[in-house]
Design a protein around this ligand. Structure first.
Ligand SMILES: Nc1ncnc2c1ncn2[C@@H]1O[C@H](COP(=O)(O)OP(=O)(O)OP(=O)(O)O)[C@@H](O)[C@H]1O
Ligand SMILES: [Mg+2]
Length: 390
């Protein structure tokens, strides 16, 4: 075992200490009681730009921009910091430093000042400040550009909404007059022509309505009413609208309503609008088989007064390719490249459905397999109406 007790601590010689002081990065000066330099290490000589002999006898206050004379009374054995303060080098340039001072116990007449060069740090700080300024400016510009784009978009939306409204009014006149004309005495050929005009008018009106709705939603101006209604009533309504059309296409319509009707306070017009879009798509993209409309509900976990009601439209139609599923809720997006020619439409229906669902704090989802069919489902948190009007 080693003899620890006989070990002695290494005692550096005065020469060792002197070289160590010269190797330090920080500058050191020794001052007499009048604050005149009596010695300086290598680092300080380098920092100040003076020769060592030029430094000897120099007054402390000629070396610093700041008045350091208070160190005479304040210096103790505890190292204290003065600064940041600026050293003035031989050429008159200011160098940012932090000075600290102390007085050794056995050398009461000597004050030691240790000078740490901060100019690199200052430079770095300046750079950081400049980057920060630039970043703030870029942020400001981005915000401004964002606001301008938002404003431009709102103006565009408003323009579109106004335009759609202006087109809708005369179009309703055309459709109405065509309908009246169809009820007058005309021959078969004329009747066929008028039916074509009527159908085209209706089609155009549907597109304009979609554009108008989308513009309203995007401008944040789509009102969502709070009306008393029943889920059974909404489903019955869909059956009335779509029953004949589905039958006319030789498809089977299955309806699975809630076991017990649920009375809610919501915007039934918007729920019907979503269902009309989904059932319209199911009808458009299904040539054989069936279309099923189901509803289910569960209590809303975050609110006792609400139920999460899910509406589901399933068809046995052409289905949607997996790679197209992610984009079909975007506006003007169609999953079938021949959709406009073969099926008609502009690719706005599902975008409107999604936006309406979000507006009503719900969500919409799709599952589909090509050539097997699709299921679109949306879930809304609906306020329970405990006292329904009878
Ligand atoms: N039930 C469905 N079966 C197969 N594909 C569907 C079905 N529903 C939607 N799609 C696909 O999603 C696309 C987008 O549907 P969306 O309802 O948004 O537009 P659209 O029906 O083509 O036109 P619009 O609804 O504006 O008249 C459709 O073009 C179609 O490719
Ligand atoms: Mg559609």
């Amino acid at each position: 075992m080693e003899d620890i007790e006989n070990k002695t601590l290494f005692a550096p010689s005065p020469d060792d200490l002197s070289s160590l002081v010269d190797e330090l990065i920080d500058g050191i000066i020794w001052l007499d009681i009048n604050l005149n330099v009596i010695s300086a290490n290598h680092a300080f000589v380098k920092l100040s730009g003076y020769h060592e002999h030029q430094l000897i006898g120099k007054e402390l206050n000629t070396l610093f921009k700041d008045d350091l004379s208070s160190v005479r009374n304040q210096a103790t054995e505890q190292r204290q910091t003065f600064g940041p303060c600026n050293l003035i080098n031989k050429d008159g340039y200011e160098i940012a430093t932090v000075a600290s001072f102390l007085r050794l116990n056995h050398h009461r007449d000597t004050i030691i000042i240790i000078v740490h060069n901060m100019s690199d740090l200052r430079e770095l700080q300046d750079k950081v400040r400049k980057y920060k300024d630039r970043l703030e400016w870029a942020h400001f510009e981005t915000r401004q550009a964002h606001n301008e784009a938002k404003q431009a978009n709102q103006q565009k939306t408003l323009f579109l909404a106004n335009l759609s409204h202006e087109i809708r009014t005369p179009l309703n006149g055309i459709i109405g007059m065509t309908e009246l004309l169809m009820n007058t005495e005309i021959n078969n050929k004329q009747s066929h022509y008028l039916a074509c005009v009527y159908e085209a008018g209706e089609h155009l009106l549907a597109i304009i309505n979609d554009v108008l709705d989308l513009s309203k939603i995007e401008a944040g101006e789509m009102p969502i009413s709070q009306t008393q209604c029943s889920i059974h009533h909404i489903i019955d309504n869909m059956k009335t609208i779509f029953g004949p059309k589905i039958e006319a296409k030789n498809l089977q319509l299955n309806i699975h309503p809630l076991e017990k009707d649920l009375h809610v306070i919501t915007d039934p017009v918007r729920i019907k609008q979503i269902l009309v879009n989904l059932l319209g798509n199911a009808l458009k993209f299904t040539e054989s088989g069936s279309i099923t409309l189901s509803t289910s509900c569960i209590p809303c976990p975050s609110d006792n007064n609400k139920m999460l009601v899910t509406f589901e439209v399933t068809d046995t139609g052409v289905g949607i390719a997996a790679d197209a599923l992610g984009t079909i809720f975007q506006k003007f997006t169609q999953a079938h490249f021949d959709a406009p020619q073969s099926f008609g439409g502009t690719g706005l229906g599902l975008a409107i459905c999604k936006k309406l669902c979000l507006l009503m704090d719900g969500n919409i989802d799709v599952k589909s397999q090509e050539n097997k069919g699709s299921t679109f489902s949306f879930t809304l948190p609906l306020m329970i109406n405990h006292e329904p009007k009878t």
